[in-house]
Write a protein that binds this ligand. Structure first.
Ligand SMILES: Cc1cc2nc3c(=O)[nH]c(=O)nc-3n(C[C@H](O)[C@H](O)[C@H](O)COP(=O)(O)OP(=O)(O)OC[C@H]3O[C@@H](n4cnc5c(N)ncnc54)[C@H](O)[C@@H]3O)c2cc1C
Length: 379
């Protein structure tokens, strides 16, 4: 197996690193969404990596997109901003691109690829988190349209999004079925709640989204009526890959910061890198980075073969999130009291990282999925 990146991939990766370092690391934007940075990234052509040229995209392979996202996570220290970008690209725009009708694609994709319109995905509700299928948001047929009622919770990009991919129940009996819709912020009856204050990832704003008798044209169904569970499963697969790929880059950035620090910081008359208890933490960081990169390449390859990666993305999500949180925890320990202060970036990195064991399905839910699939495979 050849893991060498092509010349084009190497150049693309380096281009993203140079661009991100120069334009996306503005300190004043770390705690709130920056439209200026969004426009810079859109102009750079990042938002349509895998989308067809017809809609202004670059038509890169999924593996190349993985390499690009890892580079973005490495060079852009604003994890919240990267999270906002990913929510737009992979769980909103990509779902319309892959599963939407020609009419839907023509209507929404060019403006999303160019960044003029921002996307979000709305699944979670106050009473339905891990058990997403227990949602109660409903869509009832009325002539040529559907009338949507319900409230979605914890929607990343909620306050800034123009376009929502929304899951709603369209059949209750004999079997509950859902449908995915594209709903615009400007449709009558859509209300965006207040910003939900979070522990980290603050450059990606979060809110409730309320739907009160929202009239949605039938043409805005993604896929077919009642096919929501299938689309949700696929959306989750994309999310578990691409939302976690930049974390691999972030781990690399944090590891390099730690390496610098342990050489600089002296105690007992020598660099703290001389203490095994310190250097082993960095060895563990590098071990995790190398291992998750293998999965990163494998999943990119699987998706390029148009194959399912449901199990692999679950394993990837679980492993990357645990390793990312541990990396931040160890970095804080290495930096000592300085790491705990707000003068250094480590405490923010830790606050940003901690959420990743919850979003895209909690890590406990990943273990349930992995066990179910192992049970089928070997049981
Ligand atoms: C930063 C962030 C961004 C998010 N963005 C979005 C978004 O854009 N769109 C969206 O729709 N949602 C979003 N979410 C919501 C996210 O998908 C849910 O938080 C997640 O699915 C878990 O649901 P919950 O928080 O209600 O926890 P719960 O489901 O209430 O779980 C609480 C605890 O119980 C455990 N638990 C529950 N059921 C089981 C089980 N069967 N087996 C084992 N353990 C279980 C969980 O693992 C967890 O530890 C976001 C969340 C966060 C933190």
């Amino acid at each position: 197996m050849d893991f060498t990146l092509t010349k084009e991939q190497k150049e693309y990766r380096q281009g993203i690193i140079d661009f991100a370092r120069m334009t996306l690391n503005k300190n004043e934007s770390l705690e709130k969404f920056s439209l200026e940075m969004w426009e810079e990234l859109s102009n750079f052509g990042f938002l349509g990596i895998t989308v067809s040229e017809k809609y202004g995209g670059l038509e890169e392979s999924y593996l190349t997109a993985g390499i690009a996202l890892e580079a973005l996570g490495y060079a852009c220290k604003n994890n919240g901003f990267v999270f906002a970008v990913n929510n737009h690209i992979w769980v909103s725009q990509n779902i319309i691109y892959l599963y939407g009708s020609e009419q839907l694609r023509d209507k929404y994709l060019s403006s999303m690829v160019s960044g003029r319109k921002i996307g979000a995905i709305a699944i979670t509700e106050a009473e339905s988190g891990s058990d997403a299928l227990s949602m109660v948001t409903r869509a009832e047929k009325d002539g040529e349209d559907y009338i949507v009622n319900g409230t979605k919770m914890f929607i990343s990009n909620g306050p800034i999004a123009d376009i929502f991919v929304v899951f709603a129940v369209t059949q209750w009996e004999p079997v509950k079925k859902m449908t995915a819709f594209v709903i615009e912020k400007d449709f009558e009856g859509v209300k965006v709640g207040e910003d939900i204050k979070k522990m980290g990832l603050n450059a990606c704003p979060t809110s409730e989204i309320l739907f009160e008798n929202v009239r949605v044209p039938e043409a805005n169904i993604i896929g077919t009526c009642h096919s929501g569970s299938k689309i949700l499963t696929q959306a989750i697969e994309w999310e578990r890959y691409y939302e976690f790929v930049p974390h691999v880059g972030a781990m690399q950035r944090i590891m390099e910061l730690c390496l610098e620090q342990v050489k600089k910081r002296k105690q007992f008359g020598k660099s703290i890198k001389e203490f095994q208890a310190v250097s082993h933490k960095i060895a563990q960081m590098e071990t995790s980075i190398e291992l998750v990169k293998l999965m990163l390449y494998k999943i990119g390859w699987l998706k390029d073969q148009n194959r399912s990666a449901y199990l692999e993305t679950s394993i990837f999500k679980l492993f990357v999130s645990e390793a990312y949180i541990q990396t931040c925890r160890d970095a804080l320990q290495i930096f000592g009291a300085y790491g705990y202060t707000q003068e250094y970036d480590i405490e923010r990195e830790f606050r940003d990282a901690i959420a990743c064991s919850i979003y895209s399905g909690t890590n406990e839910m990943q273990k349930n999925t992995i066990f179910e699939m192992v049970d089928i495979r070997y049981g």
